[in-house]
Design a binder for this molecule. Structure first.
Ligand code: ZN
Length: 431
């Protein structure tokens, strides 16, 4: 049965509608989610997995959660027009499935009861910024919060722009300085590499709040300089607010209308272009035209490299699945010091569960999940050789997936902070 019908294809490429731009185009793009479903498929055999991969390659469906070593299920989003065909194809290979999200459009409407402009203005008048942890915010609100902190805590905080996105948005970084005199270890943290993973920038913003506004609670913060980029992919993130909610990549070649975007977490220059990445710009895991071909990854490379050997921690936040992952991602191999990474990862998971309630699984990236070359964590470990390098996949485990309602920001933010605290305390103790 051929399921790669033109109609099904078009439904996963609504960016074609963006040619010419405008409000109507954005509204039409959102409409593509009407009646779309997220299915959890029990894909046990390689044959079943291959059938799903083929449909992904043909862009009939969008894989949300890949097959992994520790579980047998795969989460896929299927547009309304392809549902019958995909379900029939799954039944053909005796793959069972259940519906996780019955209507993606309805889930999008429910996840983020957005604040009105007047509510945001009221907040700004009262607090000096527009940030909350009850809502997902636009890039301007998040960046505005960083600027507010720099103005309010000038001895502790500074903000700098480490580069520009492909559409010219600033890549803002907040530096939170340790109070102790002399050179200190550095800890680099970021979020929002993948545009649709909204819980990531929200949780990283929560970490910033704790480190600055609740600083007196955390002695470890005196011994470390933190460098934090809450939104690595601001173009993609904005597009998930005003275009396609489930966009993943950056916005490279967006004006071309189709097959836009590079997967920034396949674009880092360590073992670039290997397993788990694609040379096809139409794919969600497109690695780019070469290592560090994108301004967003270049900015991170240049900045982190400029810190030299001071960098002892590197954590990049994603969603979903609840994993604490350490290198390598390009192959099922571990770095020589992986026992340290595993031990601290397990301590972090324990603390995360205590503060937020969710269970996180700890392990080597490629072994626990699947190979993915060109990731930020592999570069951090293989390039500047950062000791404590992790990718953390935040909540949830699939009930809401990428459409995690905003009332989960605080518990997830607490978990993210607990991980940073655990790793920081180790760095502070070992120098
Ligand atoms: Zn991600």
């Amino acid at each position: 049965m051929s399921i790669s019908s033109a109609a099904a294809r078009q439904h996963l490429r609504p960016e074609e509608l963006k040619v010419g731009g405008g409000q109507n185009a954005a509204q039409e793009a959102q409409l593509q989610y009407k009646g779309a479903q997220v299915l959890r498929v029990e894909a046990v055999t390689e044959f079943q997995k291959d059938v799903i991969k083929k449909m992904q390659d043909e862009q009939v469906l969008d894989t949300w959660l890949n097959p992994a070593a520790g579980r047998t299920h795969v989460d896929i989003m299927v547009p309304a027009t392809a549902l019958d065909q995909v379900k029939a194809e799954l039944q053909n290979v005796s793959a069972t499935f259940r519906v996780m999200i019955a209507d993606v459009e309805a889930a999008i409407k429910d996840e983020n009861p957005a604040l009105s402009e007047s509510e945001l203005e009221e907040l700004e008048g009262r607090k000096g910024h527009r940030m909350t942890f009850q809502n997902y915010h636009r890039v301007s609100d998040i960046h505005g919060y960083l600027d507010y902190l720099a103005q309010t805590f000038p001895d502790l905080v500074s903000v700098q722009t480490i580069g520009s996105s492909i559409e010219g948005r600033p890549l803002k970084m907040i530096k939170i300085t340790g109070a102790k005199a002399g050179p200190k270890p550095a800890f680099y943290i970021d979020g929002g590499i993948h545009a649709r993973e909204w819980i990531s920038p929200a949780s990283v913003s929560y970490i910033i709040q704790e480190l600055v506004e609740n600083r007196e609670k955390y002695a470890f913060a005196d011994s470390i300089d933190f460098y934090i980029v809450p939104v690595v992919n601001p173009d993609g993130y904005e597009y998930t607010h005003n275009g396609m909610r489930l966009w993943r990549k950056n916005r490279k070649d967006a004006q071309k209308g189709r097959c836009a975007g590079t997967d920034l977490n396949r674009n880092f220059g360590y073992k670039w272009g290997g397993a788990g990445s694609s040379r096809d710009p139409c794919q969600e895991i497109y690695a780019g035209s070469g290592p560090f071909s994108e301004p967003e990854t270049q900015a991170i490379r240049n900045f982190v490299s400029s810190l030299g050997t001071r960098v002892r921690g590197y954590v990049t936040f994603h969603s979903y699945g609840q994993y604490i992952l350490y290198p390598w991602g390009y192959d099922k191999k571990v770095p020589p010091d992986y026992t340290d990474l595993d031990r601290i990862g397990k301590m972090a998971a324990k603390k995360m569960r205590e503060v937020g309630g969710a269970s996180y699984t700890v392990g080597n990236s490629a072994s626990l999940l699947y190979a993915a070359s060109g990731g930020a964590d592999d570069w951090a470990k293989g390039g500047p050789r950062v000791k404590y390098t992790y990718t953390i996949e935040l909540r949830d485990r699939g009930r809401f997936g990428f459409l995690l309602p905003a009332n989960y920001i605080v518990p997830t933010g607490k978990e993210a902070f607990a991980a940073i605290q655990t790793i920081s305390e180790e760095i502070a103790a070992t120098g």
